[in-house]
Design a protein around this ligand. Structure first.
Ligand code: G6P
Ligand code: MG
Length: 217
C-alpha cells in the first residue's frame, strides 16, 4: 500500500522552534512584553504575519502598518542568523531513520510547512533530497489551522487525504491535518497535542513496526 507521509518542518524535522521563540521574545522585549514559552505554543505552525498580530494582541499594543513591516523584517533577520549556523546536529532524534524507512518502503514523502525559509533550512541540514514534494509558506494563502498546506502536499504526491499521515508539533497543524481528513500524529507533549490521532514525545518512540502498520492500514 502506498501512503503519503507529510512532515511539518519546525519542531518536527529540525529543532528550529526554539529559534523562532528566541526571535519573537527579543522583539517582545522591545515593547516591554515578557513573552513566555507557554504563550509560544500558540505561535507554532502559525505564519509570520499572523504571529506578529497575536503577539501585539497579547501585549495589547497598537502598531502602525509601517512599524509592523519593520518588525517582520527584523524578526526574520534575527531568525536567519540562527539558521545560518545550523548543521545536521539540529535534526531532531531519529528523523533520518524514519525518512529512510519510508523511502526503503517506497512511500510518498512531502513537506508541509508554514515557513518561507523551509528550503534553505532543509539544504543546510542536507535533507532536501529526501522529499518528493515541498509545500511551504511561499505556496499557500491560508495558514494552518486551514488545511491548504496539507491538501497541496497530498495533491503533489497524487494521494487521497485518507491515505495521508501528517507529523506535526503544533496545535494549529494538528487541527489542519484533521480538517483535511488525514491521520494526524503529534510529535511533542501529549497534553498540548491531545487533538491528534496519536502522539509521540519524539521519533525515537515511534517504531518501524508502527510505521509499517500505518503503511498497511
Ligand atoms: C512554522 C513555525 C512558525 C513560523 C512559521 C513561519 O510554522 O512553526 O513558528 O512562524 O513557520 O516561518 P517563517 O520561517 O516563514 O518565518
Ligand atoms: Mg512545527
Amino acid at each position: 500500500m502506498k501512503k503519503a507521509f507529510i512532515f511539518d518542518l519546525d519542531g518536527v524535522i529540525v529543532d528550529t522552534a526554539k529559534f523562532h521563540y528566541l526571535a519573537w521574545r527579543n522583539l517582545a522585549k522591545g515593547i516591554d512584553f515578557d513573552f513566555t514559552e507557554e504563550q509560544n505554543e500558540q505561535f507554532k505552525g502559525v505564519s509570520r504575519v499572523r504571529s506578529l498580530e497575536i503577539l501585539l494582541d497579547m501585549a495589547k499594543y497598537t502598531a502602525t502598518q509601517e512599524q509592523k513591516e519593520v518588525w517582520l523584517v527584523q524578526k526574520n533577520e534575527e531568525y536567519l542568523k540562527y539558521i545560518q549556523k545550523m548543521d545536521e546536529s539540529e535534526i531532531l532524534p531519529d528523523v533520518p531513520r524514519v525518512l529512510d524507512y519510508l523511502i526503503e518502503n517506497q512511500q510518498g514523502i512531502a513537506l508541509g510547512s508554514a515557513s518561507k525559509n523551509a528550503r534553505p533550512i532543509l539544504e543546510r541540514v542536507s535533507l532536501l533530497d529526501k522529499f518528493q514534494a515541498i509545500v511551504d509558506g511561499n505556496d499557500v494563502t491560508a495558514a494552518k489551522p486551514d488545511p491548504e498546506v496539507f491538501v497541496k502536499g497530498a495533491q503533489a504526491l497524487k494521494t487521497e487525504a485518507k491515505d495521508c499521515i501528517v507529523f506535526e508539533d503544533s496545535i494549529a497543524g494538528i487541527q489542519a491535518a484533521n480538517a483535511a481528513g488525514m491521520i494526524s500524529i503529534g510529535i511533542g507533549d501529549p497534553t498540548v497535542l491531545h487533538e491528534a490521532f496519536h502522539v509521540f514525545t519524539n521519533f525515537t518512540e515511534l517504531s518501524n513496526d508502527f510505521l509499517q502498520e500505518l503503511i498497511a492500514s
